[in-house]
Design a protein around this ligand. Structure first.
Ligand code: ADP
Ligand code: MG
Length: 657
């Protein structure tokens, strides 16, 4: 029959800087099921090293280790983790309980790594009852005495029903009374058939064992049987062994994932201030992404709205080389249009529906004791239809009024609010640059076009504006409505030629320009897009900075919790499990930051639109983008710390101070 455990000529050497320490120098040992073994010897003789190799927490440099006849020292880290979870229970001198969790959660911990489904609280409580702690299940380790903590550790070692219990100086930190109690529990477990391998340097403790192995300088110097071993519990089949080694691989559906979620939040809450501060970067980044994009979208939408209300077959003829760059880039000359130009354009009746000359400028308007600076817009009769500015309150100008330079005005709502408050403006007399005008209508509200308030305007007949208010004898622009969108290009070139002829301009003279609305629209759109992109990249940079903050804190967290990682590994956590745990933690942090950021971003956009009057539009798209970005940030910047944690060796991590 194959022995239960067998070591053959095992060596273990530690390298510390330049020097090497030979902790084990050729140890051979067989253990039968049901034995209770005490390993004794002076400090530094290699007892712990031997126990760690037997418990698969460490591997020999030379020699073989057979478990149920399988050579296990060559298995991968994860296969060894699977075996530890299924066959071994560990009890350490320092208890190694996780302080953040209640004791029942501590006891339940090995189950997270078993791949089995279920709650397992019941089972954990049952194990706690075995060690007499069923009344304390929801206490935290700090509320327990040392002896009680060690009993919790024993309950934890038992929860997966292991065949072997490895105990390294289990009573080393306890007084005599507690030691005796712990030993009674271990003895009882041995009586039920569990194999126990225990390291101790005290004779009273070793007296509980039925076999005592003494070590000195990395070798076994004596091996004596003192009693009869207990009956073996169970035989192990080949397929049992294989399934223990591999474990189950489902991750998302089993208790593991929900366990990780809960633990991630526990870890985040345990360091509230620190977590909040490291979330702050993500939060600010996400909030600014949302607000900036909302601003960009809002500007774009209101501009498009504006342009749509102007009609898609409009042409705008203005002096200067370009509507957006002014005359600065051209010859500097600015064409001045006349009513003859307007008439000639109107006569192109096959392609032109309306044409209207207009002029603009800045004026001061006064009503009673209130005054206001605004812009004046001198318009012709057709302007009302072409630009949908015919008042709903009051009326439009008559042809007669336009002809005879009447002093009548149609006023935008912003001006009305500033001058009249709540009184009815129709029929009132206002002064425009000290000239009396009668208000005959209220212009339909248009809202903002980008930063410009389209309702901050006074409209008067174009002739009145030219000759009475602004003192000019020319038009600054002409609006043309083309009868059919298909004729836009034709109309443009015909009008271009016509104006050049009227004003004796050469072909390359750029003192005026003709633009159609789609062109204007494209220009505006690309401008706002560039702006959004710029704002967006600033926000993205702050997201990256936020991510680095998260990475930093995760690295600190990994270092701080090195012993916790070691413990989890000894309980059977695979690399993947440790990685997942830290990734879930960093992603939870970035997601929480992201969600708060989204809310703050939306709030900021609302405030901007409310107080600054800016058009904003929060899109689902930007919220989605921000969410995806914060998850990706968490994954990306959490990956390195998580890998670092996952690669730790169980023994080294457990020893970490
Ligand atoms: P014991 O448990 O019998 O006191 P150990 O097995 O812990 O002895 O250690 C045996 C020797 O190996 C000691 O000299 C110890 O200093 C050394 N040693 C143990 N672990 C390490 C390690 N991780 N790195 C370096 N030296 C170690
Ligand atoms: Mg030791």
């Amino acid at each position: 029959m194959k022995p239960f455990l067998e070591l053959r000529d095992v060596y273990r050497t530690y390298e510390v800087g330049e020097s090497t320490v030979q902790a084990l120098r050729g140890v051979s040992l067989t253990v039968e099921q049901g034995e209770f073994i005490a390993i004794m010897g002076p400090s530094g003789s290699g007892k712990s090293s031997l126990l760690q190799i037997l418990g698969l927490l460490d591997n020999p440099d030379r020699g073989d280790y057979y478990l149920f006849g399988h050579d296990v020292s060559k298995l991968s880290d994860d296969e060894q983790a699977g075996l530890r979870n299924n066959v071994a229970g560990f009890v350490f001198q320092q208890f190694h309980l996780l302080k953040r969790m209640s004791i029942v959660e501590n006891v339940r911990l090995p189950h997270i790594y078993s791949g089995l489904n279920g709650n397992f609280r019941e089972e954990a409580v049952r194990r706690l009852a075995l060690v007499g702690l069923e009344q304390r299940v929801d206490h935290t380790p700090n509320q327990l005495s040392g002896g009680e903590q060690q009993r919790v550790a024993i309950a934890r070692a038992l929860v997966r029903d292991p065949l072997i219990i490895f105990a390294d100086e289990p009573t080393g930190n306890l007084d005599t009374k507690n030691s005796a109690e712990i030993m009674k529990i271990l003895k009882g477990l041995n009586g039920e058939g569990k194999t126990i391998i225990m390291v101790t340097h005290e004779n009273e403790i070793a007296a509980y064992a039925d076999r005592v192995i003494s070590m000195r300088d990395g070798r076994i110097v004596s091996d004596e049987r003192r009693g009869h071993k207990a009956a073996a519990v169970a035989a192990m089949t080949e397929s049992d062994f294989n399934s223990m080694m591999r474990g189950k691989v489902v991750v998302w559906k089993d208790a593991r994932f929900t366990g990780f979620m809960a633990q991630a939040f526990q870890a985040i809450l345990a360091n509230k201030m620190r977590s909040f501060l490291s979330m702050l970067g993500i939060l600010v980044g996400v909030a600014s992404v949302i607000a900036m994009l909302a601003l960009g979208e809002g500007a774009k939408a209101s501009m498009q709205e504006q342009l749509k209300s102007m009609g898609s077959n409009m042409l705008s003829i203005r002096g200067g080389s370009s509507m957006f760059h002014g005359a600065a880039q051209g010859s500097g000359a600015v064409a001045r249009f006349t009513f003859k130009d307007v008439d000639d354009i109107t006569k192109l009746s096959s392609m032109v529906k309306h044409a209207d000359g207009n002029i603009g400028g800045n004026v001061r308007v006064v009503y009673e004791n209130k005054n206001w600076s605004t812009s004046i817009n001198g318009v012709g009769y057709d302007y009302g239809i072409m630009r949908s500015t015919i008042p709903a309150i009051g009326r439009w100008f008559t042809l007669e009024e336009i002809h005879s330079r009447e002093k009548v005005a149609i006023v935008g709502v912003t001006v009305i609010r500033e001058l009249f408050g709540n009184t009815n403006p129709i029929g009132k007399i206002i002064k425009v640059n000290r000239i009396n005008f009668k208000v005959i209508g209220v212009a339909p509200p248009k809202g903002f076009s980008g930063p410009r308030d389209e309702d901050d305007v006074v409209m008067v007949p174009v002739t009145t504006a030219m000759y009475r208010v602004l003192g000019k004898d020319y038009l600054s622009g002409i609006f043309v409505e083309v009868s059919n969108p298909a004729l836009m290009q034709d109309a443009k070139s015909t009008i271009d030629a016509l104006i050049r002829k009227n004003h004796h301009l050469k072909d390359d003279d750029d003192s005026f320009n003709i633009r159609d609305m789609t062109e204007i629209q494209q220009m505006l759109t690309s401008t706002t897009q560039t702006m959004s992109l710029l704002l967006g990249s600033i926000a993205a940079i702050s997201l990256v900075v936020g991510g680095i903050g998260i990475m930093n804190i995760m690295l600190v967290s990994v270092t701080e919790r090195t012993r916790e990682i070691g413990l989890r590994k000894s309980l059977g956590a695979r690399k993947r499990d440790i990685m997942l745990q830290f990734l879930v933690e960093s992603v939870s942090m970035t997601i929480s930051g992201g969600i708060i950021g989204i809310l703050i971003g939306i709030g900021m956009s609302l405030l901007l639109s409310y107080f600054a009057g800016w058009a904003v539009q929060t899109s689902i798209y930007s919220i989605l983008l921000a969410s995806v970005f914060s998850v990706v940030t968490g994954l990306f910047f959490g990956l390195w710390p998580a890998r670092k944690a996952a690669e730790l060796k169980p023994v080294e991590a457990l020893r970490y101070e």
